[in-house]
Write a protein that binds this ligand. Structure first.
Ligand SMILES: *[C@@H]1O[C@H](CO)[C@@H](O)[C@H](O)[C@H]1NC(C)=O
Ligand SMILES: *[C@@H]1O[C@H](CO)[C@@H](O)[C@H](O)[C@H]1NC(C)=O
Length: 347
C-alpha cells in the first residue's frame, strides 16, 4: 500500500519528471445525502474530470483538458462510467452478501492508472480495488493476473483472471499512456506551474497541538517540519498527508505537541520547503497563532457545537479517510475532514 501511495501522490526519487494519470472510483451505500458513485480523473495529481450519479455526466475540471480530448470524449466516457456505476452498485450488494453483512455503510473503491518517466520513457501501471477501506483485489501487471489478499476476493480473482486481466493490462500499458502523453502536452503550462504555499499556525485551544498548515501550493511536492532551537524535531510531531484543494492546489500540515512551558524555554520553528522558492520559516510566537475566535472559552465552545455538529457521516468519513482510499477524494470530504480536525471558523 505504501508503494502505491508514493506512486499516486507523485513523490519520486528519480531524476526525471514522472507524470501520472489515474482514476478513482468510489461507490457507497447507506450514506444519506452522499453520492452513491463518484469518479475523479487525475493528471499529475490534478483533478481533470469528474462524474457523480447526481450529475450523470462526466465534466472537465480544467480549462486545458477541453483542448486535449476529442469531441466525443465526454459523451463516450459518460456512457462508460454509467455502466461502471451500475457494476459498482451491484458489486456492493454482492460483497455485502459475501461478507455476511445486511445493512450499514459500505464503500467500494477502485484506483487505477499509469505513470511515465519523461526522461527514460519507462512506464508502469496499477489497478487496485478496496472494500470498506481495506484492500480487496489488485492486478499484477507482470503476471497479468489478479491478487486476492482476502478469501472473499478469490472468486472474483478466478473470474477476472480469465475475463478481464488481459484487457485491463492493455488499457494500463497502452491507452492510459496514450492519454497521459496527450494530457501532459496540452496541460504543460498548468502542470509545470509553481505556486508558493501560504503558511499559518493554528491552534484550537492552549492545550491542543499547534498546527503548521501550508496550503495553496503547486506542485504537490513539499517538505514540512518543525524545528526546536534550530534542530529538526521528529518526536511529538505528526505530519499529515498532502491533500488536494478544490482549486487544484495542495495542502499539508504538521502538528506539534508542545507544553506552554516548553514553548517559553525554546524556540520552535515550522519550516516549509517548496520548489516555488526559498524555505519558509515560521517562528512560533503567541501572536502568530490563529485560533477559532477571539471570544472566551465558553463562547468558543458554543460556536463549535453549533457549527460543527459532527454527524455520523463525518465521523465515518474521518475514519475511512485515514485509510488512504479516500485520500484523493472530492474536496467536500477534505473540507469536512479539515473542519472537524481543526475546528476552525469557516469564513
Ligand atoms: C454468516 O452468518 C451466518 C449466521 O450468523 C453464519 O451461520 C455463517 O457462518 C456466516 N458466514 C460467513 C461466511 O461468515
Ligand atoms: C525535501 O527533502 C528531501 C530530502 O532532504 C529533498 O531531496 C527534496 O528536494 C525536498 N523537497 C523540496 C520540495 O524541497
Amino acid at each position: 500500500m505504501k508503494i502505491l501511495i508514493i506512486f499516486i501522490i507523485g513523490i519520486h526519487l528519480t531524476a526525471g519528471v514522472i507524470h501520472s494519470h489515474s482514476y478513482i472510483y468510489t461507490g457507497t451505500s447507506g450514506i444519506p445525502g452522499f453520492p452513491e458513485f463518484v469518479s475523479v480523473g487525475l493528471v499529475d495529481g490534478q483533478e481533470v474530470n469528474y462524474y457523480d450519479n447526481n450529475l450523470m455526466e462526466m465534466i472537465p475540471k480544467q480549462e486545458w483538458v477541453k483542448g486535449a480530448v476529442d469531441a466525443d470524449f465526454w459523451k463516450r466516457n459518460t456512457q462508460n462510467i454509467i455502466g461502471t456505476q451500475q457494476v459498482f452498485k451491484a458489486g456492493i450488494s454482492i460483497l455485502k452478501e459475501r461478507f455476511n453483512q445486511t445493512g450499514g455503510i459500505h464503500t467500494f473503491q477502485r484506483m487505477f492508472g499509469c505513470e511515465l518517466d519523461d526522461e527514460t520513457g519507462v512506464t508502469d501501471g496499477y489497478m487496485q480495488d478496496g472494500y470498506d477501506g481495506a484492500d480487496f483485489i489488485s492486478l499484477d501487471l507482470k503476471s497479468t493476473s489478479y491478487v486476492a489478499p482476502v478469501k472473499e476476493a478469490l472468486i472474483t480473482k478466478q473470474k477476472w483472471d480469465v475475463a478481464d486481466a488481459e484487457r485491463r493490462k492493455n488499457y494500463l500499458t497502452q491507452e492510459c499512456i496514450y492519454w497521459l502523453k496527450k494530457y501532459v502536452r496540452y496541460g504543460k503550462s498548468s502542470l509545470e506551474r509553481k505556486v508558493p504555499p501560504q503558511v499559518s499556525l493554528l491552534q484550537t485551544d492552549p492545550s491542543s497541538p499547534v498546527v503548521c498548515h501550508a496550503t495553496g501550493f503547486y506542485p504537490d511536492k513539499v517538505n514540512i517540519s518543525w524545528q526546536k532551537d534550530g534542530q529538526d524535531l521528529h518526536e511529538d510531531v505528526d505530519v499529515g498527508e498532502t491533500l488536494p484543494n478544490h482549486d487544484g492546489t495542495f495542502q499539508k500540515r504538521a502538528e506539534l505537541k508542545v507544553t506552554p512551558d516548553e514553548r517559553k524555554k525554546n524556540q520552535f520553528t515550522c519550516v516549509v520547503e517548496h520548489k516555488s522558492g526559498d524555505p519558509i520559516h515560521m517562528i512560533l510566537t503567541e501572536k502568530k497563532i490563529r485560533t477559532n475566535s477571539a471570544g472566551t472559552g465558553a463562547s468558543r465552545q458554543n460556536h463549535q457545537s453549533s457549527c460543527f455538529k459532527v454527524s455520523l457521516l463525518e465521523v465515518f468519513i474521518e475514519s475511512v479517510y485515514n485509510k488512504v482510499w479516500w485520500r484523493t477524494f472530492h474536496s467536500l470530504v477534505l473540507r469536512t475532514k479539515l473542519f472537524i480536525k481543526l475546528l476552525f471558523k469557516p469564513e
